[in-house]
Structure formats: C-alpha cells, structure tokens
Design a protein around this ligand. Structure first.
Ligand SMILES: [Zn+2]
Length: 282
C-alpha cells in the first residue's frame, strides 16, 4: 500500500505539478505527509542529476574502463562497431546522447556501458559472435542500460546516489570531487554489476531495439545460449557470470515476452564480420 502511494505521488508530482507540492503536503495527515516528503526528496535527488552530469559521470567511468584495457588498434573494426551501435541507438528514445562504441583489447567475453552512452565490447566477445544480429543484440542490451539509467539506479541502492546528488548541487564540490567519487563508484559497480532486475529489463528492451533496427531479435537470446554452454569457472567468462543472472533465468524471462511478440519475426541476421570490416576499411 505504501509503495503504491509513493509511486502514485511520484507520478503525479514529477513535472510542472512539482511547484504545488508544498500546498499539497500541508493538507495531508502526519504519517502520509512523511511518506509524501520522502517521495518528494526521491524525486528531487533524481531531478538534480541532469543529462550533462549523467554524461560527465559516464565519461569518468569510460576513462577508467579504457585505463584498464585499451581499444583494439583497428580503425576499420572500431568504425564498424560504432556505426552499428549508433544505428541501434537511433531507434531509441534518447537518440541525441553522445553515443560512442568501442572494442576493448581483452580476450575475456564481456560488454560494458556507462551512463550517458559509452559502450564497450571486448575483442573476446566479438570473436565469438556468429552473426551481426548477435552483436546487435549485445549492443542493444547495453544501450538499454543507458536508456533506463541503470547505473544511477545501482548507485541509488548503494547510497552513492545521495553523494552524487550532493556533488551535483554545488559546482565547487563537483569540480573538486567528481573524479574521486567516480573512481570509487566505478570499482563498486563494475565488480558487483547492476541490479538483477535491471539486467532482465535490458534483455527485454534490447530485443525490441534490435528488431526496430531491422535485425533478428533472436540474436541476443542466441548469445545467451552460447553463454549457457560455457563454464562460470572459465576465466574469460567469470566476470560476466558474476555480474549477471544465470543464462537459464535470462532465457526463461525473455522467452515469456518473446513468444507473444516475435513469433512471426523476419529480421535480418546481418552480414558477416569479415565482409563488414572489409567494407569499413575502404
Ligand atoms: Zn547487462
């Protein structure tokens, strides 16, 4: 009941109605008033993180990722993955973010996103893609994390969001502390991973984005099936297994949505990597 009340208060009072919040609070009985104030604070904290701040935080995360693993030195490959990624991002409700896609020189199998639209896949992941629709599915899953601000959500769960909102509220604090804050938040987030329910959501949104972009939406489930055949003890896969729900649970959750929505899909498998990279080196 409390949850429903908070949710409806957030829905009513985000947006221009926010200004009338004070009046509304004064008319409420005590216990409901406390709840409503809590909800207002929650809305305020989220509102303080505007898009430029979201992007700035993401750039710090991206710098940390690139500090750990450099980009593969293959301009044609990087151009190709960027073009594919941006095409997918164009099909979403946030096409104007500074979307940037890169291939990290790492034999492990992984993909990462940062707030604001930086997305990386590893060389080891690319090597195991059997079709362009599979890569499209992986990129679309990462794009979904950015669209739904899942990293900010993970920070909220660890209490980091309050600190970030405090930084965001003061330019002085922001300038002095963003790098340290981001470095700490980064370690936490990329070792522990995101909320499990956000992973399922990214799978569901990812298949829709891939389909909108003209690809076979079954590319992503096919990648998760590949994962299912790997051992969680294999060093190339262990980080991904630690930070995501089990492949079986992900397939199960996708199956429920896809059976009703994508039965008659005729999306494309896309071209082969060899052809694409050749195309992009011209
Ligand atoms: Zn994910």
């Amino acid at each position: 009941m409390k949850k429903i009340l908070i949710a409806s208060i957030i829905m009513v009072f985000s947006g221009p109605a926010m200004a009338q919040f004070g009046d509304f609070l004064n008319k409420l009985p005590g216990n409901v008033k406390n709840l409503a104030e809590g909800a207002k604070n929650l809305v305020d904290k989220t509102k303080e993180i505007d898009e430029p701040k979201e992007i700035a935080l993401g750039q710090e995360f991206a710098a940390s990722l690139l500090g750990a693993k450099p980009l593969v030195n293959d301009p044609a490959l990087q151009r190709y993955v960027n073009t594919l990624g941006r095409w997918l991002a164009l099909q979403t409700e946030r096409p104007d973010l500074p979307w940037t896609f890169g291939v990290l020189d790492d034999v492990g199998f992984n993909a990462f996103a940062t707030p604001g639209g930086n997305i990386f896949v590893t060389r080891g992941l690319l090597a195991r893609m059997r079709s362009e629709s599979e890569l499209a599915g992986v990129l679309a899953h990462e794009i979904a994390h950015v669209l739904r601000k899942h990293h900010l959500n993970a920070m909220r769960n660890t209490g980091g969001m309050g600190v970030f909102a405090d930084l965001a509220a003061s330019q002085l604090k922001w300038d002095a502390n963003l790098k340290t804050f981001a470095a700490n938040a980064f370690k936490d987030m990329y070792a522990k991973g995101l909320d499990k329910s956000d992973e399922y959501e990214a799978d569901r949104i990812g298949v829709v984005i891939a389909a909108r972009a003209g690809f076979d939406p079954y590319g992503l489930p096919a990648v998760i099936q590949t994962l299912q055949s790997q051992s969680a003890q294999d060093g190339n896969f262990s980080l991904l297994f630690e930070t995501h729900p089990s492949p079986a649970d992900r397939l199960d959750s996708l199956d429920k949505v896809m059976r009703t929505r994508f039965d008659s899909s005729n999306g494309s498998q896309g071209r082969s990597f060899e052809e694409r990279v050749k195309e992009f080196s011209r």
